[in-house]
Design a protein. Structure first.
Length: 486
C-alpha cells in the first residue's frame, strides 16, 4: 500500500485525516479481502512498505511494535497468542531505531514485528505445542535455531501464537486455548486453517509482517490460503527442525507466512542462513503442469472460479499450461498406510508422555495419535521404502516443468461452529484441507500458496509447487505468478 509511506510526513492533522480517508477508499476498492482491523493500522504490512516508511526520520520501530502489541490484546486478536513478549519486542525495536539513527541497516528484520508458533523452544519457558499435557515439562534451555536466527536478524518477536494441538490438524481448532477466528469474513466466524492458525491470523490482521509456523501436511499453506496471505513451504532440509516439538520427523518443515513472496524469501533466508539466489524472469515460456488426478476433485464453486480465472491470467502472461495425469497422486493414501507417517512418528516420539495422559488430549487429536500405536517396525520400514520409490517416480514425471499448479485447498474456509460440534463434519473437512498440500510434503517438495481471489470474495489459494531442492526456481516462478495476478 504505497499510501502508507508518506502519512508520517504530513504536518497538518486535518490533512492527515483527509489523506487517510481518501486512501482508505482506494484500499477498500482495490485490494483483496483484508481484515478491517489490519487496515486501521497505518504501520507497514510488508518489508517493502517498511523500507518506504523507514526513509522518514519520524518513523519509529518502537511505535510500530507498541501499536502491534496494543492490537494483539484487542478482541479481533482473541486466541491468536498464547504468550506476549512486550519487553523483548520493545527492546528489539529500540535497538533497531538506534541502529537506523547511525545509518546501520544491515539486519534484514531490524525492528520488524514477527510472531512465533508455540511449537518452538524459547529459552526459559516450556513449549506447549497447543497441549495441556506438556505444561509440566521442563523449560527450554535454548532458543530453537529458527527463533535464534530471527532474533539475530533483529526481529521484534511479539509473542507465541496458538496452534492445533501437536500440529495435528488442518482446521485450526484448539479446545484448550481457544480458536482464532479467520479475519476474512466479518459476518460469519470461519476456521483459520491449521495447524499454524495463530501465526496466519497474526499476519492477516496486520499485527506481524511474518509468522513463523511449520508445515508437516500443509500447516503453513492451508491457513495462508484460507486467510488470504502467502505461505512458503521450503524443502524440508533447508531449515533445522531442532527445538521444535515434532509431529513427524520425516515431514516436519520450518517455514513462515507473510503478505508477499518477496517477504517469504527474506524470512526463509534468515531461517535457513542461505538466502536463495532467485533469478527474476517473466512467465512467458514457463512450463507449468496442471495435475488432473486428485488435485481438482470436489472443488467448490468459489475455488473453481478463482483457479480458472488465475489460469487465464497466467496463460495471457505467456505461461505454457500443460495438463498431465500424474496418476501417482492417487497412490498416496495407500502408501501412507497403515497409520500414516504422522501418527507413527508422533507416537514413537511422544508415547512415554502421552500414554499416561491421553485423556488430556483433544479427543480428535488422541484418535489420530492412536493410529500409530500398533504399527510394526516392518510396516514402518516398508512405508519409508515405498515413499522413496514414489518420490523418485514423481520427480521423474515432473522433469522439464518449471512448477505445477493446483488449488491449495478445494474449498474456502468453512464456518467454525459446525466443525466444533460435529465430529464427522470435522473429519471430512480435515481430509479436504490436507489433501492437496500433503502431496507436496509426501514428495519432500517445495511449495507456495498465493492468494488468487478477486476483491469481495473469500480467500482462495493458488498452490505453486515443485520437487525437492528446487526452491530457487520455484521462487522465481512464484514471483512472476504473483505479479501476473496482482
Amino acid at each position: 500500500m504505497a499510501w502508507t509511506g508518506n502519512w508520517l510526513a504530513m504536518n497538518s492533522s486535518v490533512a492527515q485525516v483527509a489523506h487517510w480517508l481518501a486512501c482508505l477508499a482506494n484500499c477498500v476498492h482495490s485490494l483483496f479481502i483484508i481484515p478491517i482491523f489490519s487496515i486501521m493500522s497505518l504501520f507497514p504490512q510488508t518489508l517493502s512498505e517498511f523500507q518506504q516508511q523507514r526513509r522518514h526520520a519520524s518513523f519509529s520501530a518502537q511505535a510500530w511494535v507498541d501499536d502491534s502489541l496494543a492490537r494483539a490484546e484487542s478482541s479481533p486478536a482473541a486466541h491468536v497468542f498464547t504468550r506476549l513478549y512486550p519487553q523483548h519486542a520493545r527492546l528489539a525495536a529500540r535497538h533497531a531505531d538506534a541502529l537506523h539513527a547511525v545509518g546501520d541497516t544491515g539486519l534484514p528484520l531490524a525492528g520488524v514485528p514477527v510472531t512465533v508458533k508455540d511449537l518452538y523452544d524459547v529459552a526459559g519457558e516450556t513449549t506447549l505445542a497447543g497441549t495441556r499435557f506438556l505444561a509440566g515439562q521442563p523449560a527450554a534451555a535454548h532458543d530453537a535455531p529458527a527463533v535464534a536466527r530471527l532474533r539475530a536478524a533483529g526481529a521484534a518477536i511479539l509473542g507465541k501464537t496458538n496452534m492445533t494441538e501437536l500440529a495435528f490438524s488442518g482446521i485450526g481448532i484448539n479446545p484448550h486455548y481457544g480458536t482464532p477466528v479467520n479475519p476474512a469474513d466479518a459476518q460469519v466466524q470461519r476456521i483459520p486453517g491449521g495447524s499454524s492458525s495463530g501465526a496466519a491470523v497474526s499476519v492477516a490482521l496486520g499485527l506481524a509482517v511474518a509468522g513463523l509456523g511449520s508445515d508437516t501436511g500443509g500447516s503453513i499453506r492451508i491457513p495462508a490460503a484460507l486467510c488470504g496471505i502467502v505461505g512458503f513451504k521450503s524443502t524440508q532440509s533447508r531449515v533445522p527442525i531442532q527445538g521444535a516439538v515434532s509431529l513427524s520427523h520425516s515431514l516436519d518443515t520450518v517455514c513462515a507466512m507473510t503478505r508477499s513472496v518477496a517477504d517469504c524469501l527474506v524470512v526463509d533466508g534468515v531461517l535457513s542462513g542461505q538466502p536463495l539466489k532467485v533469478a527474476e524472469r517473466p512467465l512467458k515460456g514457463r512450463r507449468l503442469a496442471l495435475p488432473q488426478t486428485l488435485m481438482l476433485d470436489g472443488l467448490d464453486t468459489q475455488v473453481a472460479r478463482a483457479f480458472e480465472r488465475s489460469l487465464t491470467r497466467l496463460s495471457q502472461a505467456g505461461a505454457i499450461l500443460e495438463e498431465m495425469a500424474l496418476t501417482e497422486l492417487a497412490e498416496i493414501a495407500g502408501l501412507n498406510a497403515p497409520g500414516g507417517f504422522s501418527p507413527v512418528e508422533c507416537w514413537a516420539t511422544h508415547h512415554a508422555q502421552i500414554a499416561s495422559c491421553m485423556d488430556q488430549l483433544d479427543p480428535r487429536v488422541a484418535a489420530r495419535v492412536r493410529l500409530g500405536q500398533n504399527i510394526s517396525a516392518a510396516d514402518y520400514l516398508a512405508m519409508l521404502a515405498n515413499r522413496r520409490d514414489w518420490i523418485q517416480r514423481v520427480t521423474h514425471a515432473l522433469q522439464g516443468f518449471d512448477a505445477m499448479l493446483s488449488p491449495t485447498v478445494p474449498t474456502v474456509a468453512p464456518p467454525l461452529a459446525q466443525l466444533v460440534s460435529d465430529d464427522e463434519a470435522f473429519a471430512a473437512a480435515n481430509r479436504n484441507m490436507l489433501r492437496n498440500t500433503f502431496a507436496i510434503n509426501f514428495l519432500d517438495g517445495c511449495s507456495f500458496s498465493l492468494p488468487c481471489h478477486a476483491p469481495g470474495e473469500l480467500p482462495v489459494g493458488l498452490m505453486v509447487s515443485s520437487i525437492c531442492g528446487d526452491d530457487a526456481r520455484l521462487a522465481s516462478v512464484a514471483l512472476a505468478i504473483e505479479a501476473a495476478l496482482a
